[in-house]
Design a protein around this ligand. Structure first.
Ligand code: 6GU
Length: 235
């Protein structure tokens, strides 16, 4: 998979060099390019924003600058990428969307700051046909200062689903939220040695060797945890 990220803060993406995603880049499974939006400005002050039409607080990012930056990424794209637009006004990200994103060969993330990007940018690339799809994605009901952290979240959830990135392919199908695993239940508690730690014991059933009984216990615990924290998930 190829990933292009456009941002005014390229340093925000330093964590992509680490851990699974770093290894996926070294092994060639993922190829990442980070583009500095300010390189596509025309003026001496490298301006990327302007006052909002209609008034109100804050600044809006210029469609002119974004258009130049996105066209430049498209110029080097072999096919039709997916355009990801992180925004608190988008569709809320979930595991199903991560699975969909992982099926694309090329993702382009445009990271807005301030009050956001002029809405004609999304409209234009929805109409131009240069992207296979344009997805406006929120990572939850709270407001971040910009799209960069959201892009990292979306990328981490997506890249670990690419074959070969995770290492242990079993852990994907066992995930909380993974379709067809524990059907929308949160994962229950997990333990390792020692059997006794600070007066807390590992539940005896887990050392019983009775695999059916263990599976039933794990499912019961998952149901308990789901009712407590995510009653909305109860099927
Ligand atoms: Cl994707 N961006 C910003 N700025 N805030 C958010 C968000 C995205 N998702 C939730 N809050």
């Amino acid at each position: 998979m190829r990933v292009d990220l456009i941002t005014i803060f390229p340093e925000y993406f330093a964590p992509l060099k680490l851990s699974l995603f770093g290894k996926a880049q070294e092994s060639g499974l993922v190829e990442v390019e980070i583009h500095d939006l300010r390189k596509f400005t025309q003026d001496k002050h490298k301006t990327v924003d302007d006052a909002p039409y209609g008034g109100g607080p804050g600044m809006v990012m210029s469609p002119v600058v974004w258009g130049e930056a996105i066209d430049s990424v498209l110029k080097n794209a072999p096919g039709k990428p997916l355009l990801v637009v992180p925004t608190p006004s988008g569709r809320v990200f979930n595991q199903e969307m991560a699975i969909k994103l992982a099926s694309f060969d090329h993702l382009v993330f445009i990271n807005g700051r301030y009050e956001g990007i002029d809405s004609r940018v999304v409209e234009h690339y929805q109409q131009s046909g240069e992207f296979s799809e344009v997805l406006e994605i929120s990572i939850g009901d709270y407001v971040l200062a910009g799209g960069e952290v959201a892009s990292l979240v979306i990328l981490e959830a997506t890249s670990r689903l690419i074959n070969g990135v995770l290492g242990n392919e079993d852990s994907v199908s066992d995930d909380s939220f993974a379709p067809g695993s524990m059907q929308n239940l949160l994962e229950g508690p997990i333990f390792t040695r020692p059997a006794s730690w600070r007066g807390l014991e590992v539940p005896e059933v887990l050392s019983s060797g009775d695999h059916a009984k263990i599976a039933q216990w794990q499912k019961d615990e998952a149901i308990k945890r789901t009712s407590k924290f995510r009653p909305d998930l109860k099927a």
